[in-house]
Design a protein. Structure first.
Ligand SMILES: [Fe+2]
Ligand SMILES: [Fe+2]
Length: 203
């Protein structure tokens, strides 16, 4: 989608989201949108796509556990055992379906970006990774978990690519899960494998 179309879509979706989302989630979405755009422009990229995906990524974050499960079943989304236990993990996949079928969003990158935004995904472009990073380093989240500050500091260095910041975040989460003896979602491991191999190739 061209830059101007993302701007048009941003305005259209912003008024929808302002209506449907509770204020804290809408405010988080606005912060992620701005931060994702800055991550792109700081690195010489076009911010428009990242701003759009950042704005819409939590379109289904306000649903209840039973709504996430019911909507996932209705759309034929594969439900992993971790998602049965923690239905909030379905808010990305359900959100992507809502954007497509209720709100007529057509961009495949944006829909995939939203679908996988909790764990990241190998086919992500830089705009998606910028949204992913921005979501994790929202200043309100850093306040709740000071251990994430080094990731936010990496993001402030425009010489560090967004994929490297995403990998550092994923390594942080995997190490945390190991320490606490928690299961790691297979998509997080897939994203880590992809980003690690990209890292090795680039040297
Ligand atoms: Fe989310
Ligand atoms: Fe979010």
């Amino acid at each position: 989608m061209a830059k101007l179309e993302f701007h048009g879509e941003l305005a259209r979706l912003r008024s929808i989201l302002r209506e449907i989302l509770p204020e804290p989630i809408f405010a988080h979405s606005e912060r992620v949108s701005i931060l994702a755009g800055e991550l792109m422009s700081d690195r010489g990229g076009d911010p428009a796509e990242a701003e759009f995906i950042g704005l819409v990524h939590d379109v289904a974050r306000h649903l209840t556990n039973s709504e996430w499960i019911d909507e996932a079943k209705r759309y034929g989304i594969l439900i992993h055992s971790m998602e049965t236990n923690h239905p909030v993990l379905l808010h990305g996949p359900v959100g992507a379906r809502h954007l497509k079928w209720k709100y007529s969003v057509a961009s495949k990158q944006a829909l995939d970006g939203v679908y996988y935004h909790t764990f990241g995904y190998p086919t992500y472009n830089d705009a998606c990774w910028a949204m992913f990073v921005a979501d994790k380093i929202d200043p309100e989240k850093i306040k709740r978990n000071r251990n994430l500050r080094p990731i936010a500091e990496m993001a402030a260095d425009r010489n560090i690519p967004v994929t490297d910041i995403a990998l550092a975040y994923i390594e942080f989460r995997v190490a945390e899960a190991d320490r606490e003896g928690l299961e790691v979602h297979p998509l997080l491991l897939a994203a880590r494998s992809f980003l690690s191999s990209k890292h090795v190739q680039l040297g």
